[in-house]
Each structure stands twice: as structure tokens, then as C-alpha cells.
Design a protein around this ligand. Structure first.
Ligand code: 5GP
Length: 191
């Protein structure tokens, strides 16, 4: 998606530790008009698929998933939670996910009520790096006996191993911007 690549080049900042900061349109302040273009693009890419639910992980995935849902007939959005609040109950699917940005392990959970056998799940997330978030979401969908239609990623750091790990599970991965390399002096090359 050319407009996304241009926006990343214009507005993104590269932080130490291989982190691309895009918090003025994706991860903190959200450019809603632009997110609508992202949602439309996911719909175009997955237009051949029936989707009954969109699955993502808190926090940054939620806004993208909700906007995307509007182009998929407003199917429900379910987000994996990183902490088990007191009111969620014990009827949950759970899996451990190593956080790329924080380096800690979160036990992420989804209530069994909201993922069911027969669901056709489109997974949406902001970034794909080492694949741990995506693998965790696939694991939750599998525990529920749901079908995974594919994974839609806004920004993929294609030089990291995430895509290979997720594709090895037979999951289709579609990214709107694929970064081939980036350096701390601000240089970003797209695939
Ligand atoms: P993975 O699990 O694939 O290693 O990393 C994906 C998750 O880590 C995403 O949900 C995203 O929140 C975060 N992440 C990974 N790389 C980056 C990055 O370069 N910038 C930002 N802002 N988040 C990232």
C-alpha cells in the first residue's frame, strides 16, 4: 500500500532495538481517515473469504480491527486481553506471548464465549516482527476450534522471522507495508 509506505517514511521514527515508532497515526494518536483506507484494503485483499469474527490483541490492534470490521459487515471484534480481570471468569482460552516491545511474557486470554467452533476468524494486528503475537492469536483460535481465514498486518518487518513461523502453520499472511530493512539513521527500505 503505497500511501502507507509514504506515511511511514514521512512520519515514522526508528528507535533503538529495532522498533519503528508510528504513534502519531497508529499506536497512540490514531488517524481515523487513514485507518479507514487500511480497513478497505484488508477487505479488498480478503474479499474472497467469509469472515465471521476479527481477532486481535490489545492494545493497538483494537482500533484497527474495529475500523476494519466495518468493511466486513461489522462482524464482532474480539481482542485477546493481556491480564485476567476479576470479572472474566475461568472459562477462558489462554496462551503465553512474548512481547516484542516490552520483552516480558504475557498470558493472553479470550473468554470461551467469544470464539467458537465454526467461526471464520480474520486476525488483525499492527506489526509483525518475530511472530509471537500472531502465533499466540492463532493458538487461541485453534483452541476454540475456529477456522483461521488469514492474518492482516499493517506493518511487517520482513527481515524478522515472524512470517515464516506463521506461514509454517498454514496461515495466509497479508501485510500492507513490508519493510526490508531499516537503520537507526532513519533509512527505511520497503520490499
Ligand atoms: P511479534 O510478536 O511479531 O514479535 O511483534 C508484534 C507485536 O509487537 C505487535 O503486536 C506490536 O505491538 C509489537 N511490535 C513489534 N515490532 C514493533 C515495532 O517496530 N514498532 C511498534 N510500535 N510495535 C512493534
Amino acid at each position: 500500500m503505497k500511501a502507507l509506505e509514504e506515511k511511514i517514511k514521512r512520519e515514522g521514527k526508528i528507535l533503538p532495538g529495532n522498533v519503528l515508532k508510528v504513534d502519531n497515526f497508529l499506536n497512540h494518536q490514531i488517524d481515523v481517515r487513514f485507518m479507514c483506507e487500511i480497513g478497505k484494503e484488508f477487505k479488498r485483499i480478503f474479499s474472497d473469504k467469509e469472515v465471521t469474527k476479527i481477532l486481535t490483541i490489545e492494545a493497538s490492534g483494537i482500533g484497527i480491527a474495529c475500523i476494519t470490521s466495518q468493511y466486513f459487515d461489522c462482524v464482532p471484534v474480539v481482542f485477546a486481553k493481556k491480564s485476567k480481570g476479576t470479572n472474566i471468569g475461568d472459562d477462558i482460552y489462554s496462551t503465553a506471548v512474548m512481547s516484542f516491545t516490552h520483552g516480558n511474557i504475557n498470558n493472553v486470554i479470550v473468554s470461551k464465549k467469544y470464539l467458537n467452533p465454526g467461526d471464520k476468524v480474520l486476525i488483525i494486528d499492527d506489526f509483525l516482527a518475530k511472530g509471537q503475537a500472531l502465533l499466540g492469536l492463532c493458538n487461541l483460535a485453534e483452541q476454540a476450534g475456529a477456522d483461521i481465514v488469514g492474518a492482516g498486518i499493517v506493518i511487517e518487518k520482513a527481515y524478522q522471522e515472524g512470517r515464516a513461523l506463521v506461514e509454517a502453520k498454514g496461515v495466509r499472511v497479508e501485510s500492507l507495508a513490508k519493510i526490508q530493512s531499516m537503520s537507526e539513521d532513519g533509512d527505511i527500505v520497503f520490499c
